[in-house]
Write a protein that binds this ligand. Structure first.
Ligand SMILES: C[S@@+](CC[C@H](N)C(=O)[O-])C[C@H]1O[C@@H](n2cnc3c(N)ncnc32)[C@H](O)[C@@H]1O
Length: 413
């Protein structure tokens, strides 16, 4: 597909079960645990100390208004085909997709746990899954024992599939005495254009968690769109509630771009990023690139200038609590999340005797220093390079008072 992102479909790679995820991974039921125990082989983390934007302080859109990229994005996701389990197993990014899904599980569990600790027994747990896709996180919500879920996405086909999956979960829960049941509502809309609360069944609803996984960056097409998306994330959150997201790490992208040969594109055999113009430094909004991920994504995306995101969030009472690259989040969570990572097949079991001189596993050869007596859990070099394009972030909703004009005054501590 060309860099203008106006053609072609969204090649899918899906499981046939009811839990596949649009970031390419899925919730894995406990019974699918067939990966052997394998110690994880660490892979060097990437650094980003390079501020790639102009260093003034303005949050000004320098790009023209939205040019229809959202239509392109929506049709990509709407056209996404479900593929069989066999096909998915053969994918070169099978483990990376599961690894990304594990990161989401850890993040969701971390913040739901924090919220639960501040609640009383029996308090409701209400979640907005903004840009929910086909419902890849539904089993996570079920396992976390939430009470109400709102799912929305720009792609109507995805929302329909998400709703069907929820109904399947509910049917199973009704049959089983012990399964957890939660209520849910679904609607399709553009979160960068529409005020979501007006589409809620109860617009006065207070949420505990807003989750936006692998999608928030689409809003950085323009200030207006990003502002709308942040307001949607913030305005229904209770004080003490959280907005959590996984987004591409724009610093890492700019760093790799500047190291690239042609200064416009870079990647490997599983992913590619190509900038549509050679704006360097990039603008705060509308810094567009074409993202291609092996068999899963071929879509226009936008850099998220993180300090600008933090400013927008503050405007709506959201205080930054965490910004961590996937590489570091993995390091932080690999002990506590080890069993889940294994169950989710988030790492490939690599036998050092079988890797020969394959440069994809060079890091393992270096790590084991000749000891070939056991297997290691790892990702291939290409998969690792792709997953380390991302970061996790979390913002906490602050309490507020009201000024004489009726505007909220947030207490940021
Ligand atoms: C990579 S998928 C992630 C889906 C899901 N959050 C997950 O983790 O499985 C990105 C999703 O963002 C949705 N999306 C992109 N732009 C959007 C917008 N402006 N409003 C609502 N949804 C949007 C797409 O339709 C797609 O389902």
């Amino acid at each position: 597909m060309s860099c203008d992102g106006k053609e072609g479909g969204f090649p899918g790679s899906r499981l046939e079960d009811s839990s596949s995820s649009d970031d390419g991974a899925e919730d894995v039921p406990e019974s699918m645990d067939h990966q052997q125990q394998a110690p994880e082989c660490p892979y060097p983390s990437t650094q980003h100390d390079d501020d790639s934007w102009r260093d003034d302080d303005e949050v000004e859109p320098r790009n023209p208004p939205a040019d229809g990229n959202m239509r392109v994005v929506a049709s990509h996701y709407n056209e996404l085909k479900e593929s069989g389990r066999i096909e998915r197993l053969k994918s070169r990014i099978f483990h990376m997709r599961n690894f990304n899904n594990w990161i989401k599980s850890q993040l969701i569990s971390e913040y739901l746990t924090l919220i639960k600790h501040s609640q009383r027994m029996g308090d409701p747990m209400r979640v907005l899954d903004m840009c929910c896709g086909k419902g890849g996180d539904l089993l996570k919500w079920e396992k976390a024992l939430i009470t109400h879920l709102i799912c929305t996405d720009i792609a109507e086909v995805s929302v329909e599939q998400c709703k069907k999956r929820y109904e399947d979960i509910l049917r199973r829960a009704v049959k089983s005495k012990f399964a957890h049941k939660f209520s849910a509502e679904f609607f399709a809309c553009d979160s960068t254009l529409v005020r979501l609360r007006e589409r809620f069944k109860d617009p006065s609803l207070k949420l505990n968690l807003v989750s936006c996984q692998f999608a928030f960056h689409y809003s950085f097409e323009s200030l207006t769109q990003a502002d709308c998306m942040v307001r949607n994330a913030a305005e229904c959150l209770q004080p003490g509630g959280y907005f959590i997201a996984t987004i591409p790490d724009a610093y890492e992208i700019m760093k790799r771009l500047r190291l690239s040969e042609n200064g416009r594109s870079f990647g490997n055999d599983v992913y590619n990023i190509e900038f549509c113009s050679d704006t360097d430094p990039p603008p705060f909004f509308g810094a567009k690139y074409q993202f291609h991920l092996e068999g899963v994504v071929d879509c226009p995306e936008f850099l998220v200038h993180f300090p600008t995101l933090v400013k927008l969030c503050r405007k709506y009472g959201l205080k930054l609590e965490r910004k961590t690259t996937f590489a570091d989040y993995y390091k932080e969570n690999k002990e506590t999340g080890r069993n889940l990572l294994q169950r989710m097949n988030g790492l490939e079991t690599v036998n050092p005797n079988r890797i020969g001189n394959d440069e994809q596993y060079e890091h393992i050869r270096r790590y084991i220093k000749g000891n070939t007596s056991r297997s290691y859990g790892s990702l291939s070099k290409s998969e690792w390079e792709a997953t380390t394009l991302y970061l996790v972030c979390a913002f906490r909703k602050c309490k507020n008072t009201w000024d004489a004009q009726g505007k909220p005054v947030f207490e940021f501590d």
